[in-house]
Design a protein around this ligand. Structure first.
Ligand SMILES: C[S@@+](CC[C@H](N)C(=O)[O-])C[C@H]1O[C@@H](n2cnc3c(N)ncnc32)[C@H](O)[C@@H]1O
Ligand code: SF4
Length: 379
């Protein structure tokens, strides 16, 4: 779908240590490795800029790994490259993911000066016991102090990630965490269901050694519903299944992504979607470095066929509160209303989905069943 937004994602693949549940592409690294990575990253950003000179960049997202782990001069240098070689919108939303352990006043001041205007903290929980179980290196107090520090440095658009389904976590613990974050003034909260990813320490402990048990699906949905009710009462709108924001603080970058808008990813494992092409990133440093130094055009990599594009559009769009634009599906050649007439009629009759202003959306109280609904609506 072309909504005139264009995002840039920058992957920073370094962390202080690996959390027990995380399978993102990241590692611990020394200064020489970090320097080497940024040399290639900046080269890629400059090298590919010609292709995007007519694009108006509406959002930039530094994700990871942990962008706040590296010295802020590296981030500032990337921002300089983006400003020099890309056409950034005046109101471009620029987010950086930060870990409460690695943030300092100087880093935050440097981010602010470089044009970054949104901070997303990985808080996960405000129970020290839960944080310890999942291998976080900070405690609850440090997480709240990090939010306070960001406010002191002039950031008002602050988000916090929470996890649902941490071993030993209860609804009342989650509700207390939400209340504390609301009290601390964060404008946006992401509440993710904890996924057990193969190859992680948590997966091993739960699925292989059975030394830790976790809440079942019903218990997690119950915790999610409690958090949803409280957030709604506090004035946070659920605009995506896991994302809640005060009015005007919805994450533009992610909305563009969920609406199948276009974006380019730079760095290790960063994928892109533009000109109807999905381009995968490299997961190994050496492969990524060869790709950058040899100047291979990214377009020569995997493209999505029409069926895959429809599937992806449906899977992302139906997670949004607003739902999915029927026009965007028609543009991809999928007339969902006639091809899935029977199941759609049944869903509407049972108030599972609704059609409003050209959008097909999951009913508010059926969000827990989104994945099943998507499966039944795939072509
Ligand atoms: C790149 S991290 C955020 C920044 C920083 N690395 C940190 O953890 O503080 C992105 C977010 O993904 C979420 N995440 C990571 N692994 C997950 C998993 N297995 N299940 C659900 N959410 C996960 C966490 O909430 C995390 O904050
Ligand atoms: S959750 Fe964040 S800090 Fe922990 S390993 Fe993953 S990316 Fe790194």
């Amino acid at each position: 779908m072309n909504n005139n937004n264009f995002g840039i994602y920058i992957h920073i693949p370094f962390c202080m240590s690996k959390c027990a549940y995380c399978s993102f592409v990241s590692k611990r690294a020394n200064e020489a490795e970090i320097k080497e990575y940024f040399k290639h990253l900046n080269r890629q950003i400059k090298q590919e800029s010609n292709k995007f000179k007519n694009r108006h960049i509406t959002s930039i997202y530094f994700g990871g790994g942990t962008p706040s782990f590296v010295d802020s001069r590296y981030i500032v240098e990337v921002m300089e490259h983006l400003n020099n070689f890309y056409n950034l919108a005046n109101d471009c939303e620029i987010t950086i993911e930060c870990n409460p352990c690695s943030i300092t006043e100087q880093k935050l001041n440097d981010y602010k000066k470089s044009g970054i205007n949104r901070i997303s903290f990985g808080v996960q929980s405000l129970s020290d016991e839960c944080l310890q179980i999942i291998g976080r290196k900070h405690n609850a107090k440090q997480a709240i102090l990090a939010v306070e520090l960001a406010k002191k440095c002039g950031f008002e658009n602050i988000s916090a990630d929470l996890l649902i389904g941490i071993p030993n976590q209860t609804s009342s613990m989650l509700l207390r965490d939400v209340k504390m974050l609301v009290g601390a003034g964060v404008k946006h909260i992401s509440a993710y269901m904890l996924m057990l990813e193969e190859g992680t320490r948590l997966y091993e402990a739960v699925c292989i050694n059975k030394s830790i048990s976790i809440a079942n699906d019903d218990e997690c949905v119950n915790m999610y519903n409690c958090a949803y009710t409280l957030l709604k009462k506090e004035g946070y709108n659920r605009y995506e299944i896991s994302n809640f924001a005060r009015a005007g603080y919805e994450c533009k970058h992610n909305i563009n992504y969920w609406q199948s808008g276009e974006y380019v990813g730079f760095g290790l494992s960063a994928y892109s979607f533009y000109d109807n092409k999905r381009i995968d990133g490299f997961n190994k440093f050496d492969d990524y470095y060869s790709f950058v130094t040899q100047g291979i055009p990214a377009e020569s990599f995997e493209c999505l066929n029409k069926k895959q594009q429809i599937e992806e559009t449906l899977m992302l769009g139906l997670r949004l509160q607003k739902g999915i634009s029927l026009k965007s599906l028609l543009n991809l050649g999928y007339d969902i209303l006639s091809e899935k007439q029977e199941v759609i009629s049944l869903y509407i009759k049972n108030q599972i989905i609704q059609i409003e202003d050209g959008y097909l959306k999951v009913a508010d109280n059926m969000f827990g069943a989104t994945n099943q609904i998507i499966l039944n609506l795939l072509p």
